[in-house]
Design a protein around this ligand. Structure first.
Ligand SMILES: Nc1ncnc2c1ncn2[C@@H]1O[C@H](COP(=O)(O)OP(=O)(O)OP(=O)(O)O)[C@@H](O)[C@H]1O
Ligand SMILES: [Mg+2]
Length: 225
């Protein structure tokens, strides 16, 4: 549904100010991803990986610099336009699944479709949950699912609106090695079949190695490694 997109980050700076103290977490960070590429963001704790993901996710605006997602500068959009752009073009997966406890796997997958009127996505939700191996768990609530199964629902939910950009912050960080591999396998399979740009912040060298390219953040700078 959504066009395939590429991603460009140009000289992005992010400064956090608290009272007298300012920290330049990101200083002139640049990177790019071609349509359908996967990128890993690596670097020590506190190096700004999550901060950069927030900026890519248009959840925050950079102090300086430009971000273009599919040629669109999110900063040029009004708040309502930005909310719609984010909803349609960007999928998020976090370390914890953030599923709504009272909803079934199917209804959790459909949550991102509720914000804006659009065609029914129930069939797509079923297809995605089948693709992540949960065809027999559609009516289960998070408390009735394992941690790995919840994260697989989160993967389906992130993809429901066919986003062009899929952002993952330590997506397998809470899972045992075998479950982490299963979830990563699904993530890469769907990233390819859905033709999204995939950006993963991770401390896991195996996960980083599976990405097409790796960018290391350190003391505000970003270099491809
Ligand atoms: N809203 C904020 N206000 C002030 N400082 C912030 C804010 N968000 C992040 N920081 C600071 O920015 C730095 C980078 O944090 P960030 O969460 O991006 O690191 P990270 O690379 O994701 O680390 P980790 O690997 O531990 O998840 C930290 O020093 C943090 O204290
Ligand atoms: Mg982080």
């Amino acid at each position: 549904m959504n066009a395939s997109i590429a991603l460009t980050v140009s000289d992005v700076c992010q400064r956090f100010t608290r009272g007298e103290q300012s920290i330049d977490v990101l200083h002139a960070v640049s990177l790019s991803a071609a349509v359908g590429e996967s990128l890993a963001l690596v670097g020590p704790s506190g190096s700004g990986k999550s901060t950069l993901l927030h900026l890519l996710g248009t959840l925050e605006k950079p102090t300086a610099g430009q971000i273009a997602i599919g040629g669109q500068d999110p900063n040029a959009l009004s708040e309502p336009e930005l909310a719609r752009f984010r909803n349609e073009q960007i999928g998020f997966i976090f370390q914890s699944h953030h599923l709504l406890p009272q909803y079934s796997a199917l209804d959790n997958t459909l949550v991102p479709t509720l914000a804006f009127p659009q065609e029914s996505r129930a069939n797509r939700a079923r297809d995605l949950l089948t693709a992540v191996g949960l065809a027999q768990r559609l009516k289960h609530r998070p408390a009735e699912l394992s941690g790995g199964e919840c994260q697989r629902v989160a993967v389906a939910r992130a993809l429901i609106n066919r986003p062009g950009l899929l952002l993952c912050d330590e997506p397998t960080g809470s899972l045992d090695r075998q479950t982490a591999t299963t979830v990563a396998d699904l993530l890469f399979t769907l990233h390819r079949s859905e033709d999204t740009v995939l950006v993963i912040a991770t401390h896991d060298p195996e996960l980083a190695e599976r990405c097409d390219r790796r960018f290391a953040l350190r003391e505000g700078t970003c270099v491809e490694v």
